[in-house]
Design a protein around this ligand. Sequence first.
Ligand SMILES: Nc1nc2c(c(=O)[nH]1)N[C@H]1C(S)=C(S)[C@@H](COP(=O)(O)O)O[C@H]1N2
Ligand SMILES: [Mo]
Length: 211
Amino acid sequence: MTETRTDGIEDPETGEIEDLTGLYHEYGDDRLPPGQRETDRFPVLSKSGTPSWGPDDAFEVWGAVDDRLSLSLEEFRDFPAVTQRQDFHCVTGWSKLDCAFTGVEFAEIAEHAGVHDDAEHVMFHALDGYTTDLPLEECTREGVLFAYGYDGEDLPSDHGGPLRVVTPHKYAYKGAKWVSGVEFLTDRELGYWEKRGYSDTANPWNEERYS
Ligand SMILES: Nc1nc2c(c(=O)[nH]1)N[C@H]1C(S)=C(S)[C@@H](COP(=O)(O)O)O[C@H]1N2
Ligand SMILES: [Mo]
């Protein structure tokens, strides 16, 4: 493969970067999903401006868990971090390849909260009122991160900093920017765009754009 601009960006703790850009092999032959075009820019897509994280805001975990969590951003950074090279596919048709995201794996937070056996679904909540949902098994897999770093720097606020979710196996609307809460559910519920006609399954290699 040719050099990419994420070459040289390393995990702050382990000095390693995991390359997840091959996960498309699970879904098809082409790294670029059908109907997508590659962009060098990283466009910003938000339903309504960029909210800011106040000093008293906390990241909360609730629902079908043993321990409700309320974490500050500093506490979040105490969890083991990973840096991964991932591709990013927006349902409107652009893909940004080779993004280096640093953050905490979803599975790490789920384990910390103690998810109940009957939990099947997850709703992400964000500071701008955005929500998005995924089945639990689509969240606990490799690549789903609570990301606070991008390309070796703090995640820019218009891209969801200080904390966002990334979902490289799904269209990017499944990754809540400014994520402030995770709710574990025993039944499926639909998020903001999913209620408005976008696909709940959102697999880019099947072009699951609309429901
Ligand atoms: N909180 C929040 N998260 C969000 C959105 C939003 O409007 N609010 N837009 C989604 C959509 S449609 C996309 S394509 C990506 C865009 O991320 P970016 O702005 O970093 O490119 O964020 C997703 N997460
Ligand atoms: Mo999007």
